[in-house]
Structures are given as structure tokens and as C-alpha cells.
Design a protein around this ligand. Structure first.
Ligand code: NDP
Length: 247
């Protein structure tokens, strides 16, 4: 059971859960390929990993653009010789009541949280199908398994990726392509995610919740590490991660 030398593409790697996962995986010998929009962040994280003796490459990536995901996977092949895992983790959470009709936020969530995951999967599927080996990890949310006031559209995108991931798993069994799928359902994790909230009341409520119970993104990184470390015939496919203090 090892992740050493696994080649792992991570989206949303410039902060929070993606950054913590990149650093933990690299410290265990994975070769990580980082994607997000903020170049300086990626540059610094890759440099930190390399300073610790790890291996990392990065590319500015907007997950709403299919060509960016294809280029990120291509970087993994060029820099490290292949791809074993994609961690579809990029996301935004501008929660608000549906009646506020923040339609720009709705569309942005569909583009990043849903289409971004589809774009990531599309970019790896030809390689995974051909090599009959691969792992797809996606950050859904507890809002992808139960409904919350204010999370009508955010939850819709996270419920959608849950279904998408499960069907990838089922079709991989049918097609005998050995693709492992892991969906993550974190609750309150202290990251930069709340910065994406544009509705003042939602932000106030979320800030209060996260200040009271939020836990560090390393909690999710350890689960990602565990899922990748399993032997090829073991697919740990769903994890819910709550702060102990969160109801
Ligand atoms: P952060 O805001 O810290 O990280 C979000 C990441 O997504 C950043 O690296 C950001 O990078 C990236 N991102 C946003 N938009 C795009 C885009 N268009 N293209 C590429 N990258 C993008 O928050 P988290 O670490 O918390 O979020 C990671 C995932 O975890 C998200 O999918 C979120 O929905 C999910 N989640 C988080 C929870 C929490 O409580 N924090 C709970 C449940 C799920 P950049 O801006 O540089 O592009």
C-alpha cells in the first residue's frame, strides 16, 4: 500500500484542501501536478514542495475550460511520464437564498463545481481507459448528500457530481477499465472558500459556523492520502468528513 511515485493531478491546488493534499501526497512520494488560476500561489506551493524534497509541477488552469484540463494532464505526462490519479477539487461556494436570484453565482457554480469536474474527467478518461488503471477523486460536500438552506444551487452541483462519480464507478466495472472513484463529502473545513460568498447574510451565518466548528484542510488531505494508498483492487469510494463539533 503506497502512494510513492503515483502521478496525481490536483485542481484547486492553490489553497485549502487542494494545497494541503498536494503537500501531504508529495511528502509521501507522490508526483503532484497542480492546477488553479492563481499562478503565484501555485509557484510558491510547488517551490515549498520541492524545498522539502518532493516533486511538483504546476500550470495555470481554469477548470471551466476543457482545453486547460487537457493541458494539465499533458503536463503530468511530460513532467512525470503518465497519470494515475486526478483529484477534481476546484470549487466555489457563493451560497444565497434562491429568492435572491443570484443567477451569475448559480451559473458560476455550475461552471466550476459541475462542468469543471466533467472537464477533468474528460481529460483523463482516454488515458485511464487505455491503460486500464486510474483513480478519480472528487470533492463533493455534505451539501451533496443532504439539503441546506442557502445551498440550493451549490448543493445541486454537489449532488450532481456524486451521481456522476457513482456512474463512472459502475461503468468502469462493466467496461473492466479498473477506474477507482472516490467522492469526498466534507463539512466545515477552514479554507478560503467563504471568500466566494457574495450574499451578506449567508456570509455572516457561514462565518459564525466555521469559526465555531471548522477544522483544518489537512483532515481532508489525510483521507485523500488514504484513498490513493489502497491497493489497486480496493476502491474506497465515499468519505464523509465532519468536524467532531459540527451537528
Ligand atoms: P478554497 O477556496 O481554499 O479552494 C478552492 C480552490 O478552487 C482554489 O485553489 C481555487 O483556486 C480553485 N478554483 C476556483 N475556481 C476555479 C477555476 N475556475 N478554475 C480552477 N480552479 C479554481 O476552498 P476549499 O479548499 O474549501 O475548496 C476545495 C473544494 O472543497 C471545493 O470544491 C469546495 O466546494 C469543497 N468543499 C469545501 C468545504 C469547506 O468547508 N471548505 C466543505 C465541502 C466541500 P484559484 O482561485 O487560484 O483558481
Amino acid at each position: 500500500m503506497t502512494i510513492e511515485n503515483k502521478i496525481v493531478v490536483i485542481t484547486g491546488a492553490s489553497s485549502g484542501i487542494g494545497e494541503a493534499s498536494a503537500k501531504l501526497l508529495a511528502s509521501h512520494g507522490a508526483k503532484v501536478v497542480l492546477g488553479a488560476r492563481r499562478k503565484e500561489r501555485l509557484e510558491n506551493i510547488a517551490a515549498d514542495i520541492q524545498a522539502q524534497g518532493g516533486q511538483a509541477a504546476y500550470r495555470v488552469t481554469d477548470v471551466t475550460k476543457p482545453a486547460d484540463l487537457i493541458a494539465l494532464v499533458e503536463l503530468a505526462k511530460q513532467a512525470f511520464g503518465g497519470i494515475d490519479v486526478i483529484f477534481n477539487n476546484a470549487g466555489i461556494m457563493p451560497t444565497s437564498p434562491i429568492s435572491a436570484l443570484k443567477i451569475d453565482d448559480w451559473n458560476a457554480m455550475i461552471d466550476v463545481n459541475l462542468k469543471g469536474v466533467l472537464n477533468g474527467v474528460a481529460a483523463v478518461m482516454p488515458s485511464f481507459t487505455q491503460q486500464k488503471h486510474g483513480q478519480i477523486i472528487t470533492t463533493s460536500s455534505v451539501a451533496g448528500i443532504k439539503s441546506f438552506i442557502g445551498s440550493g444551487v451549490y448543493g445541486a452541483t454537489k449532488f450532481a457530481v456524486r451521481n456522476f462519480m457513482e456512474v463512472i464507478r459502475m461503468e468502469s466495472v462493466k467496461e473492466q477499465t479498473n477506474i477507482r472513484t472516490t467522492s469526498l463529502y466534507p463539512a466545515a473545513i477552514n479554507t478560503e472558500l467563504l471568500n466566494t460568498i457574495t450574499d451578506a447574510n449567508s456570509l455572516k451565518g457561514m462565518n459564525a459556523l466555521y469559526e465555531a466548528v471548522g477544522i483544518s484542510p489537512e483532515a481532508v488531505a489525510r483521507v485523500v492520502d488514504f484513498a490513493i494508498a489502497q491497493p489497486d483492487d480496493v476502491n474506497v469510494n465515499e468519505f464523509t468528513i465532519y468536524p467532531t463539533a459540527q451537528a
